[in-house]
Ligand binder design. Structure first.
Ligand SMILES: C[S@@+](CC[C@H](N)C(=O)[O-])C[C@H]1O[C@@H](n2cnc3c(N)ncnc32)[C@H](O)[C@@H]1O
Length: 259
């Protein structure tokens, strides 16, 4: 088994477990509702309202466009982008549980099949005629090399943009997506350090998890979920405060005319 396969399997197992804890317990579902960037939008990462506001003008989706959501998780961002713009969205995720939950939410909202979710890898995005792609807090889980961007480039048919956020570890951690884009000679339109947002969101997630752990309903699964989140946010929060973890917001352009 190659190292990338090993990492991929470990990431998949971690997220399968995480989605089972969060989606299959009342505390987990309540947590996701309370920490989302907009009312009702469930996200697994650190997406803020400001990320969503920036994503739409940068990708400029029109009603006829199809976008790719790379690492779509529980589907909250794909559904929100569709609601705001009318663009069709295909989400892909490694986690089977995430794809089932996201599909059920799209169906319940009456937005399926305009918004659809499939199981797959960011390393091989599906060729569905997409004109743009977004990846919120997911690209850091694949070895972020030029091949990943080549795959996205192929899925966008050499046109369009990628809007992405990613965490990077290290006191002088540069934007990992920009580094990969530079390697391929692609243009990075935006490379913004949004670590302040990460600190705030992480603190909020930790407080909500602690609150829900104290209040009912108290299921074993829910208690485990809140303990895991509290531990994760303690690590993320302390690293971010110590300047050893950063969050980047990046827009890369594939081909096309210069701006
Ligand atoms: C932190 S979550 C963010 C999910 C979603 N973008 C959001 O903000 O709600 C990262 C997601 O990336 C997915 N993921 C990680 N590596 C992946 C890969 N190689 N291919 C597809 N999905 C992947 C995980 O299963 C997980 O759902």
């Amino acid at each position: 088994m190659r190292p990338t396969q090993l990492t991929g399997n470990a990431v998949r197992l971690y997220f399968e477990l995480s989605y089972r804890l969060l989606m299959d317990s009342p505390e987990g579902r309540r947590f996701l509702r309370l920490v989302g960037p907009t009312p009702g939008s469930q996200v697994h990462g650190y997406t803020t309202a400001s990320d969503l506001d920036a994503l739409i003008p940068h990708l400029g989706p029109g009603i006829k466009d199809r976008l790719l959501d790379l690492g779509s998780g529980a589907g909250g961002i794909a559904l929100e982008v569709n609601r705001r713009t009318g663009a069709q969205v295909t989400g892909i995720d490694l986690s089977a549980r995430a794809v089932v939950v996201a599909t059920a939410r799209a169906e319940a909202s009456g937005l399926h099949p305009g918004v659809a979710f499939v199981r797959g890898s960011i390393r091989r995005p599906p060729l569905v005629g997409a004109t743009g792609a977004f990846a919120l807090d997911s690209l850091m889980f694949v070895p972020l090399d030029a091949d990943v961007l080549r795959g996205i480039d192929a899925a966008l048919d050499g046109q369009g943009r990628l809007f992405a956020t990613a965490l990077a570890v290290g006191s002088s951690a540069s934007d990992p997506i920009r580094v990969a884009a530079d390697e391929l000679g692609l243009t990075t339109i935006v490379s913004e350090d949004v670590t302040d947002d990460l600190r705030r969101t992480s603190r909020h997630r930790r407080r909500v998890a602690a609150y829900l752990a104290r209040r009912g309903p108290r299921t074993i699964r829910g208690q485990v979920a809140m303990t895991v989140i509290t531990a994760e946010e303690l690590v993320v929060g302390s690293l971010a405060h110590a300047g050893r973890l950063r969050r980047w917001r990046t827009v890369v352009r594939f081909g096309g005319p210069t701006d």
